[in-house]
Design a protein around this ligand. Structure first.
Ligand code: PMV
Length: 330
């Protein structure tokens, strides 16, 4: 049995990935920039069965054995690794998230990145992080960015080989916090994989894509100079632009709940009335990520806890890239 275990942080995008130029390869319509999270991670053990005992992959997630239907995406991802290694072995895969699924923290990003790192290590494949990023991207675009720690840019590229993430700065560059306000623990009705396919039906998609190059440049500069008042307005603008595309696609995707809007209004009031340097971003769900510098995080958490619609708060600094662990989950 060849076995390996990897721990990989999820990431929060400052400039988002939404919509695909190539749906099979997950080539995006633009670059995106994110921060890898230290305290929201997936740990995955992959054990390849080279004895031929298994007739299908077995996937246990957070202690629950997944049905073949729920394991389909995992099996398709393992097929890529099997192809690279030239084997037909099936695998036992055990995965644990240290954050709730559907919390608005992308479990697919850390999940597919951890599966790629552990699965390829257990096969003895010696692949660069850039190559691993391309493999992870095939199953979840945002997973390509979790192959690096700190601040990361995924280059759109034009092919399987060059649509990969690259590190901008390590986690020590800037002590930011992603304070996640969870307003609903419900699992979302539409996966982001399906959402990406709908982006092209929105009349607003072209407007967002026309502006994104400028927003990416502004974001790179703001991160380089550690300027929260430069970063913040751009991440809010891009999150609102992405949600405008989602809301105006056909069918329309409305991820927000009333609590989402309560938090957005509160953040703006804290900033404008009290000068609290905090900005929001939102992924494909109702929960709101508040981005601030470390010194403001306790104040932000205390204020969030006072809002009616906040069920739970998770907070994380920037974190490292993938780690291989000696202790296995199986
Ligand atoms: O990687 P996916 O297919 O789960 O898409 C992620 C989409 C967003 O989280 C909304 C944006 C992003 O860039 O992470």
């Amino acid at each position: 049995m060849s076995i390996a275990t990897a721990r990989v942080g999820s990431n929060i995008a400052f400039i988002k990935y939404w919509g695909v130029a190539d749906a099979t390869l997950n080539i995006p319509l633009s670059n995106s920039i994110s921060m890898t999270l230290a305290d929201a991670h997936t740990t995955t053990t992959v054990a390849w069965d080279n004895t031929g005992t298994l007739d299908g992959d077995v996937f246990v997630l957070d202690g629950n054995t997944q049905s073949p239907a729920r394991s389909q995406r995992l099996t398709r991802h393992l097929d890529i690794l099997r192809g690279l290694a030239g084997v037909t072995w099936r695998a036992w895969v055990t995965s644990q998230n240290n954050f709730p699924t559907a919390s608005g923290i992308a479990s697919s990003a850390s999940g597919f990145a951890a599966l790629t790192v552990a699965g390829s290590a257990a096969l003895g494949l010696d692949l660069s992080n850039s190559r691993l990023s391309a493999i992870a991207r095939r199953s979840s675009g945002s997973a390509s960015r979790s192959l690096f720690g700190g601040f990361v840019e995924w280059e759109q590229g034009t092919s399987d080989a060059d649509s990969v993430a690259r590190p901008l700065y390590g986690p020590e560059h800037w002590d930011l916090r992603d304070v996640v306000a969870i307003v609903s623990g419900e699992e979302k009705k539409l996966s982001s994989a399906d959402g990406h396919l709908l982006a092209k039906s929105s009349p607003l998609l072209a407007g967002r894509i026309d502006h994104v190059a400028g927003w990416l440049a502004e974001t790179r500069t703001a991160i380089a100079q550690r300027e929260i008042h430069r970063l913040g307005p751009i991440i809010e603008l891009d999150a609102l632009a992405m949600h405008s595309v989602m809301m105006t696609s056909n069918p329309s995707l409305l991820y927000w709940q009333p609590g989402t809007l309560e938090i957005l209004q509160a953040v703006r009031a804290w900033r404008e009335d009290d000068g609290l340097a905090v900005y929001f971003t939102i992924d494909a769900g109702p929960n709101v990520h508040l981005i601030c510098e470390a010194e403001r995080a306790t104040e932000v958490e205390t204020r969030l806890a006072g809002l009616r619609s906040v069920e739970r708060i998770i907070s994380s600094p920037p974190g490292p890239g993938p780690q291989l662990l000696d202790e296995h989950l199986i």
